[in-house]
Design a protein around this ligand. Structure first.
Ligand code: HEC
Ligand code: HEC
Length: 241
């Protein structure tokens, strides 16, 4: 009896204290974007529902995602990201970021805020798993050459200890295919969207990175390196994981 009561109490306090994103009244565009707290983010991703691919596919059409991000999840323009082959945890997290008003580098985020307003976490998990199941985008730029290529490959694979730059590949994968948890795939995204988002981290406009990891890395890069890194990742074709 006593054990049962303890168990119940334990479960209650667990659920009360459960970290993770509380549901926040969504899409108050005046809300100041907040950075994710790492522990909350981990708990949120651990509770990501299992997605239903068929439902995800249907939502991709009915919610008009296809109109902007492409029928097959490969964006028809370089203005925004392809979603095909992206890690499900990153897509799921990004949709929550928009819904909570935590991703708002500029007014383009309003488009996404409207789209996600009424999505449930199950809907988000369904589309996220659907995109993860699609073949990643093909290369979107020619390979770098010469000294720039040598410098950037060094940065990607070895980092730069003098500037406390961790190798990009240690998190984003050896071929830009994405890494653990919410670490996104970068291969085959457009030069423009990759460069823009790195500049947004650098200036602190984008604050969606837990522990400010990407903000710190981007601040240690020169504008020329940002351009070249964007070209480098755009030139990779995503590999199946
Ligand atoms: C009207 C056009 C439009 C529609 C419809 C749309 N999106 Fe977007 N999406 C955008 C734009 C623009 C951005 C970039 C916004 C920014 O700068 O933050 C974006 C960004 C995203 C991102 C972040 C990608 C990244 O690499 O960080 C995800 C994920 C996403 N959209 C998923 C979806 C899903 C899922 C749907 C359907 C439920 C959808 N979008 C519908 C225009 C659209
Ligand atoms: C310690 C791990 C780590 C390292 C090292 C790292 N990243 Fe990231 N990166 C992340 C995570 C995690 C995110 C997602 C953050 C978020 O949700 O905003 C991210 C996001 C990004 C994005 C945004 C992608 C999108 O679709 O919007 C770009 C671009 C990027 N990183 C490029 C780089 C480059 C270039 C380097 C090397 C100079 C690098 N990263 C090093 C972990 C890392």
């Amino acid at each position: 009896m006593r054990r049962v009561r303890l168990l119940v109490l334990g479960m209650l306090s667990l659920s009360l204290a459960a970290p993770g994103y509380a549901s926040r009244p969504a899409t108050d565009s005046a809300a100041t974007p907040r950075s994710p707290v790492a522990a909350e983010l981990r708990a949120t991703l651990a509770a990501q529902p299992r997605g239903d691919l068929q439902r995800g596919k249907a939502l991709h059409q009915s919610l008009m995602c296809a109109a902007c991000h492409g029928e097959t999840g490969v964006a028809p323009t370089g203005n925004w990201s392809s979603l095909a082959g992206q890690r499900a945890a990153y897509t799921y997290k990004s949709l929550l970021d928009y819904q909570r008003g935590d991703r708002h580098e500029d007014d383009r985020a309003n488009l996404m805020a409207v789209v996600v307003r009424d999505m449930t976490r199950q809907d988000m998990a369904d589309v996220a798993d659907y995109y993860a199941s699609l073949p990643p985008p093909p290369a979107a730029a020619p390979k770098l050459t010469g000294e720039t290529r040598r410098h950037i490959e060094q940065l990607v694979r070895r980092g730069d200890p003098a500037r406390l730059l961790t190798p990009c590949a240690s998190c984003h994968g050896a071929s830009g295919q994405g890494g653990n948890n919410e670490t996104p795939a970068l291969a085959g995204q457009s030069v423009g969207s990759l460069a823009q988002t790195l500049h947004d981290y650098r200036s602190g406009r984008r604050v969606t990175d837990a522990n400010q990891g990407m903000r710190q890395f981007a601040q240690r890069l020169t504008p020329d390196e940002i351009e070249a890194l964007a070209k480098y990742y755009a030139s990779l074709s995503g590999k199946r994981r």
